[in-house]
Each structure stands twice: as structure tokens, then as C-alpha cells.
Design a protein around this ligand. Structure first.
Ligand code: GLY
Length: 400
């Protein structure tokens, strides 16, 4: 492909690289790829995105919970800090995006209520509350009755709860739509094609060959293809660790128009040891998720998955049994070996990673976009990305 005239000064490049069409080609147009492209273009970079079906993968299936505190886990304090930092960027991120796109994102800040059902569930929630206290995270223990004052449709069997005022939600599908508008406004080239091969010239990533045969030459390639990131042909072995697909089945129900609000905020619970979350949208949708299944690239929905989710959701809020079931989908979360994202330059010059977000892809979208744009613009990832480098999985890192 011919490079567009850019007016930039030309610096001699070793090995006579092909003249580039773009400063960066981003493989994958889910939330991560789209937001990174938008932020990079805002910094004046020439960006292309490639994806056969933009916005159709895990980003589309997700529930849009922004839950760094209710999803905090022991031993993942570094990830928690990144999650909190990204949550803090959400208000500015969505305000700017809504302004540019002219459409809403469904960002709602009503907090999250985590509830427990039986004695074992209560103990798990009490452990989580103690963890929050130790880390100074805002969460407020509640009795079952106090939970029902906030959410009158909760089952009388709910025994206790934890109100987390800083865990919010966004409508991931509205967010995708707004980002697609924003990248069009920035005149970012969107190729609705599968990336068939990473082009490597003299040990440098120099572009991407598309399934239709054309090659996009770029100074940098950003891998943002979720669980498909590491199966891109041409990617030298050892540059990135394997990213595993972790299946999540998720349901959408519909609350009839004009009915009283079904839930006022995201409610999550442990029902006899099984985790479930219910996320109400302003326009009447109720998202119920999600299974966590490790069985490869399988997006089949199963009777067992739907049954387990509905049983747990019905345990928390018996009224779900009356709601029309409008959608059942399965998405594949991209899991890295330590379940934390992989961000920044790899050991293959020219190749940058933005993958492995596992259960936090929607939440980590703003900070990932900023990290990737900064890396592309300056050659250096910002300090926020420290500890999430691709090199942390290398043999040498494992020995130190
Ligand atoms: N963060 C929600 C999920 O992965 O199911």
C-alpha cells in the first residue's frame, strides 16, 4: 500500500524498512484497541485498526461492571492499584468521549451492593470486608434488612451485604458505539479484515498482512486482539506468553417499560458459593453474568450455564423469574498467566502489547489507552504500566 503524504521529516531507518503507511497498526477493534487508537490519534499519530468485526468480541458480550473493589483479590494488590487508577479516569474519559461522539455511554455511579445468602457466603463477604479495611478501601457492611432498604426486591434470605460506593458500571455496547464514532471523527483507518500475519523484517515488527492480501506497513504494531492476540501467525515464539480464553456465559433480560426500577444499582452475590452479578441498565435491560470456564476457544452457550446463572440470580432476586430472557451469549476473556494485563513494548522491536486483561477489560480501557498512546508517542510506557510489562514472564525474570 502507498504511504500517504504526511509532511514528516524522514529519518534514515536501518535495514531499509519499507516506507510506513502508519505510525501504528492496532490489531483488534474491541474496547482496548478502539480506545488506544482514539487516544493515539489525539496525539497526532497516524493510526490504523484492523478487525473483521469491530466491537463484536468479549467487549460486546461483557456486562460493563467497573468493580475494582468488589473484585479485589488477595495477592493482586498491584493489579488493584491499576484497576483503581483506571476507575478514577472513567469520569473524564466518558465525558470527553460523549462530547466527541454525541452519544451516551451509560456510565452510572450508583455504587455496587455485594450480598451473601448463607453462612458460608457470609464468611466470604466478611473476609472481603476485612481485606477492604486493611487496604483502606471504601465499603460499608450491612445487615440483610439494610440491603433490602436499598434494594427492595432482594430475597428475604439475603443475610448480609457490603455496599461499595466507588464500584460503578458503564454500558459496554454504548461505549463501543461511541468509540467507533470517535475514531471515525479522528479519520482513523478501520480495515474490516482479519490480520493474517505479523510482518517481521530483520527482527523488527514492520506491519500486518491482512487476509485480503494487502500489507499495512507501520512503525509499530499493537496487539489488542484479546484472547486471539498470541495466535497471530508470524509472532515469534517467546515474545509473549500464551493468552488463554476464559469463557463467560452471560444473559440479558428485559424489565418491562413503566415497571418500577427492578434494581437501583449493580448487585452481586455469592449464592451457595457461586458468584453472580446483576447489572441494571437505565433503558430496562438487566445483565446477569457470568460463568468462568476454561475450555479453549468455545463460545457455545449451554443449558447448564444458563441454569446456574438463573438459579443464582433467582436466589438473590426472585423476581427475575418473571422477566423475558432476551439474549444468551458467551464471550472469551483474555487470561494471561498471572491474570493481569500485558502492557507495553515487547522484546520484538516495533511490537507493543495491550492484551491479557482477563476480567478487567472494560474497567482497564481508559488507562490502557493512555499507556499505549504514551508509549507510541514517546517510545516509553508511563510509570503507571510498571509491573505489567511483557518481559515479566521471561525466563530471566522468573529466575530473579
Ligand atoms: N468482570 C466480570 C467478568 O469477567 O465476568
Amino acid at each position: 500500500m502507498d504511504a500517504p503524504e504526511s509532511g514528516r521529516s524522514t529519518i534514515p531507518i536501518p535495514h531499509a524498512r519499507p516506507r510506513t503507511d502508519f505510525d501504528a497498526v492496532i490489531v483488534g477493534a474491541g474496547l482496548i484497541g478502539l480506545a488506544a487508537a482514539w487516544r493515539a490519534a489525539q496525539r497526532g499519530l497516524r493510526v490504523a485498526l484492523t478487525d473483521p468485526e469491530p466491537g463484536s468480541g468479549a467487549s460486546h458480550v461483557a456486562a460493563g461492571m467497573l468493580a475494582p473493589v468488589t473484585e479485589a483479590h488477595y495477592g493482586e494488590e498491584r493489579l488493584l492499584r491499576l484497576n483503581l487508577a483506571s476507575a478514577a479516569r472513567y469520569p473524564g474519559f466518558v465525558a470527553e468521549l460523549e462530547d466527541v461522539a454525541g452519544t451516551p455511554t451509560g456510565y452510572a455511579t450508583h455504587g455496587t451492593l455485594a450480598v451473601a445468602f448463607d453462612t458460608g457466603d457470609r464468611a466470604m463477604l466478611a473476609d472481603l470486608a476485612a481485606f477492604h479495611r486493611r487496604l483502606g478501601l471504601a465499603s460499608e457492611p450491612m445487615t440483610g434488612r439494610e440491603c433490602r432498604v436499598r434494594e427492595p426486591l432482594l430475597s428475604p434470605d439475603v443475610q448480609s451485604g457490603l455496599f461499595v460506593p466507588g464500584d460503578h458500571q458503564v454500558d459496554n455496547r454504548l461505549l463501543l458505539a461511541a468509540l467507533l464514532t470517535a475514531i471515525a471523527r479522528e479519520h482513523i483507518a478501520l480495515y474490516r479484515e482479519r490480520a493474517a500475519e505479523l510482518v517481521v523484517t530483520h527482527d523488527v515488527a514492520t506491519g500486518v498482512r491482512l487476509a485480503d492480501g494487502q500489507t499495512l506497513h507501520a512503525d509499530h504494531v499493537v496487539l489488542a486482539a484479546g484472547c486471539h492476540s498470541t495466535s497471530l501467525p508470524g509472532l515469534p515464539s517467546g515474545v509473549l506468553p500464551p493468552i488463554r480464553p476464559v469463557k463467560g456465559q452471560i444473559l440479558r433480560l428485559s424489565v418491562p417499560a413503566g415497571a418500577a426500577p427492578f434494581l437501583n444499582r449493580a448487585v452481586r452475590g455469592v449464592v451457595r458459593g457461586r458468584q453472580v452479578y446483576l447489572v441494571p441498565r437505565e433503558h430496562g435491560e438487566l445483565v446477569v453474568g457470568a460463568t468462568v470456564e476454561e475450555q479453549g476457544f468455545d463460545t457455545q452457550v449451554t443449558a447448564g450455564g444458563v441454569y446456574e446463572l438463573l438459579r443464582a440470580a433467582h436466589g438473590l432476586v426472585p423476581g427475575v423469574g418473571e422477566l423475558p430472557l432476551t439474549e444468551v451469549r458467551a464471550g472469551l476473556r483474555p487470561g494471561s498467566p498471572d491474570n493481569a494485563p500485558i502492557l507495553g513494548p515487547t522484546d520484538l522491536p516495533g511490537l507493543i502489547a495491550a492484551t491479557g486483561h482477563f476480567r478487567n477489560g472494560v474497567l482497564l480501557t481508559p488507562i490502557t489507552a493512555d499507556v499505549i498512546a504514551e508509549t507510541l508517542a514517546t517510545g516509553q510506557p508511563p510509570q503507571t504500566a510498571e509491573g505489567f510489562e511483557p518481559q515479566r514472564f521471561s525466563e530471566k525474570a522468573a529466575l530473579t
